[in-house]
Design a protein around this ligand. Sequence first.
Ligand SMILES: C[S@@+](CC[C@H](N)C(=O)[O-])C[C@H]1O[C@@H](n2cnc3c(N)ncnc32)[C@H](O)[C@@H]1O
Length: 278
Amino acid sequence: MHSEATPENLRTYYEDPALLRDRQRTYAVPLSGKGFVEWVLDHIELGAVRDVLDAGAGVGRFALPVAHRLAGTPARVVATDLFGGMLETIAEAAAEQGLPVETQVADIQALPFGADGFDLVLANHVLYHLPDIDRGVRELARVTRPSGTLVATTNADDIPVAVIDLHRAALERIGFAAEPEEPSTFSLRNGERVLRRAYHDVRLHTFRDHQVFPDAAALVSAYRTTGRFRAASRRTEIDETGLVEAAEQVAAESVDRQGGGLISPIVMGAFLCTGPRR
Ligand SMILES: C[S@@+](CC[C@H](N)C(=O)[O-])C[C@H]1O[C@@H](n2cnc3c(N)ncnc32)[C@H](O)[C@@H]1O
């Protein structure tokens, strides 16, 4: 998958936390095995962890389960994001669940924390959004204790993604060329190279699953949660109803071709980084 949001359209994607939650719900039911979040957390040694930073925490997909796993220990979890709306969602959920999660608006490229403050730093599905990724990764390394770990998750950028294919085909059907996909600045392919500039040891764990769309309606509904759809339907020259109708037609044709449903591969991964460079 490619990076969806550029620095210019980031607000369209993340201003409203409900949209990110809907988007992430479309990945909530994988074909097999456990979900991605639990899979990632199972790779992390939480025993000695006291201070956790979730940078670019979104609606708390990781911050809240980490806080759950650390419940009953003296650990604290700090969730940060560029958008305050995301953090309000986390704070409400943490209060409801009785979890000690602190929140603070912060840009990963200029973290408002002293050096060596965290044993565990998370930067999940976010680094490809940074205008200056090297600066962001250096900041993450600066706040990681020498004995600490950074976990940075991302997508593969070289497999077909059903909702992206649908987006391009639907736009073309109503007479618009889909915008060219920028290569991701942080994918499973190039992530290690980026992270090694700030950490001595970087290991990739790859997660493979499938997303099942039982019918065309499910595929269109997942497409409508994407930032690509929102950005396209905000363009004055594009009629949103026409785009949705085109998506419905294209989805129905794809589903028919596949004999009634659609299975889309999901390939994501987690880089575990230790030895922050000083
Ligand atoms: C795809 S969401 C991922 C959220 C969460 N880490 C997860 O895995 O569910 C990306 C998040 O990064 C945030 N973000 C984007 N650029 C950022 C930056 N420079 N600093 C901090 N957060 C940023 C967005 O607001 C959004 O909440």
